[in-house]
Design a protein around this ligand. Structure first.
Ligand code: FAD
Length: 381
């Protein structure tokens, strides 16, 4: 279906994003995958192109476009190129930014946001711990007041950008035994003594990103590192997770649609038993099913983007989009891989890499099960 979500300004931004991908990311992608890290020059170029400051006010070096459809274009173009890029840049520009912009003090914003927008610092957000990620209210990393400072102890794992982040939004327990009401957020400078990085984790897919463990060992955070008020961290995360989830959803469906388009071309060309692979009724029906699922899903995601741009997207709608797009993407990529036969299992084929990259979408930013739990609760169950 013809999409009516975007206008000429969004399409101009899409051209800029494509140019960034082609000139800056594509030539370096093999090195990123080998080294499990997106090099700093890419971040700096993203900053020069104005890609990182969509959520940030002009007074801090951003563009504050105030229209989430630009963020949608950002997610689509990065996710079509490679899921790890959508994730790494997305965590910084679309996930961490609202925490800094909406919760930060004037001093915090002045200190961090200009470098954030220029790509001179890389950011991460650390919620998940080795003991669990789904039950966020039960997190164990502790933050204890000491004079005007806070002393952090604990560990975080699976942190996107964790290997290189200069600034990390850390969720820690300031209220022992208080579950959700005992969680606060901190802006942690990775240069502080007591901040340690574990290994960059060896993932099934998305080799370009430096997902890592973080450890805090008597890490002294100055009092001005508290982000928001004491005890409000859990609510702050719940309020901002819908944006993270709709961002993931936009990327999921764009990525799947692009691999589907390539697969369609492949099965038109590839022959078996003297006819194109796509002309067998079984495969034609598979293609028809995938196309239908992608189109129907895109319509829902576009409606969610519109709702979010108006400030009306609910947590349940974001949860629906998140689990559904992850499921559709994984199903579609698995079928696309199958239609490529043996070539589909070769890493030199994009479909193989996308298939591995996509699996995590059913797990991160709240697993499919947690998304259904949220929706079920809304249904009064
Ligand atoms: C590559 C990658 C990058 C990530 N990036 C980040 C990041 O940047 N920052 C960050 O904080 N976290 C990040 N995560 C963590 C991610 O959000 C968690 O892995 C996720 O929330 C699940 O938590 P868990 O792994 O501890 O699984 P668990 O919470 O241990 O869950 C295990 C299984 O039990 C299921 N389960 C749990 N509770 C319920 C329930 N009530 N009902 C039914 N089933 C349930 C889960 O769905 C899952 O299938 C990342 C993870 C990965 C893999």
């Amino acid at each position: 279906m013809h999409r009516t979500l975007f206008d000429a300004d969004h399409e101009a931004f899409r051209e800029l994003m494509r140019d960034f991908v082609d000139r800056t990311l594509r030539p370096r992608a093999d090195a990123h995958a080998r080294e499990h890290r997106i090099d700093r020059e890419c971040w700096l170029e993203a900053g020069r192109q104005g890609i990182l400051g969509l959520e940030v006010g002009e007074e801090y070096g951003g563009s504050a476009v105030g229209d989430y459809r630009f963020n949608a274009v950002f997610h689509e173009e990065l996710a079509v190129f490679g899921a790890a890029y959508a994730s790494s840049f997305g965590i910084h520009a679309d996930v961490v930014a609202p925490y800094l912009v909406e919760l930060g003090t004037e001093e915090q914003k002045k200190e961090w946001l200009p470098r954030f927008c220029r790509g001179e610092i890389i950011t991460a957000i650390a919620m998940t711990e080795p003991s669990g990620g789904s039950d966020l209210a039960n997190l164990r990393t502790s933050a204890v007041a000491d004079g005007g400072d806070w002393i952090l102890n604990g560990a975080k794992t699976f942190i996107t950008n964790g290997g290189s982040a200069d600034l990390v939004v850390v969720a820690a327990r300031t209220g022992p035994g208080a579950r959700a009401r005992g969680v606060s957020l901190f802006l942690v400078d990775a240069g502080l003594p007591g901040f340690q990085r574990g290994r960059v984790l060896d993932k099934v897919g998305q080799p370009e990103s430096d997902t890592a463990e973080l450890f805090f060992d008597d890490l002294r955070v100055p009092g001005d590192g508290l982000l928001g008020d004491v005890g409000t961290g859990f609510v702050a995360m719940m309020e901002r997770l819908p944006q993270e989830r709709i961002g993931v959803s936009i990327g999921n469906i764009a990525n799947a649609a692009s691999i589907f388009a390539e697969t369609l071309e492949y099965i038109k060309q590839r022959t078996a038993f003297g006819q194109s692979v796509g002309s067998f009724q079984h495969n034609k029906f598979k293609a028809a099913e995938m196309y239908t699922r992608l189109e129907v899903t895109q319509a829902f995601v576009d409606a969610c983007v519109r709702a979010h741009a108006r400030g009306e997207l609910t947590a349940e709608e974001a949860a629906m989009a998140k689990w559904w797009t992850a499921q559709v993407q994984n199903d579609v990529l698995d079928e696309c891989l199958q239609l490529h036969g043996g070539y589909g299992y070769m890493n030199e084929y994009r479909v193989a890499r996308a298939w591995k990259d996509a699996r995590v979408n059913k797990i991160w930013a709240g697993s499919n099960e947690i998304m259904k739990e949220l929706i079920g609760r809304k249904l009064g169950l």
